[in-house]
Design a protein around this ligand. Structure first.
Ligand code: ZN
Length: 154
């Protein structure tokens, strides 16, 4: 197995050229959109749970299990603000200071190869915030391996 370090300008560049040639442009768009959705989902599960308290925003909150909500979902209590909240893995907005809409825009911009400044303008955050968001995205992409394998052509 080759050890390739991934430099990402776009998600499309991560896909094997041989595969892209077999797909219609709208199908490539669908794949990119799907990957974006997966990224948002995985960010919310792996990166944002417990990074910030969704109630008071304290960084790396100490959380204790605090029963189940009526919906049956696990609830946690933040020891900092003493408030309870549901951990809902599907909702990025619970764990990030930035809205899901902004994350989606940032991912789209990154995929499209737009500059940080353009991204920052699009989602109305400062460049430093856009940088941190993109860093998290790229870091995640570096950890990601595609299950898809194309046979060697030579
Ligand atoms: Zn709190």
């Amino acid at each position: 197995m080759s050890n390739t370090s991934v430099s990402i300008e776009s998600v499309e560049n991560l896909l094997p050229k041989e595969l892209l040639e077999l797909l219609q442009p709208f199908q490539v768009d669908q794949i990119k959109s799907m990957i974006s959705s997966f990224l948002v989902m995985n960010f919310s599960v792996h990166e944002y749970v417990f990074e910030y308290c969704p109630k008071c925003g304290v960084h790396h909150p100490v959380l204790i299990k605090a029963g189940k909500a009526n919906s049956g979902k696990q609830m946690y209590r933040c020891k900092h603000c003493n408030k309870r909240f549901v951990v809902d893995h599907g909702q990025l907005t619970y764990y990030s200071h930035q809205s899901e809409q902004k994350w989606n825009q940032l991912i789209d911009d990154t995929v499209a190869g737009h500059s940080l400044k353009t991204s920052a303008d699009h989602i109305s955050v400062c460049e430093e915030t856009a940088f941190r968001m993109r860093h998290k995205l790229l870091y995640f992409l570096e950890q990601m391996s595609f299950p898809l394998r194309i046979s060697e052509t030579n």
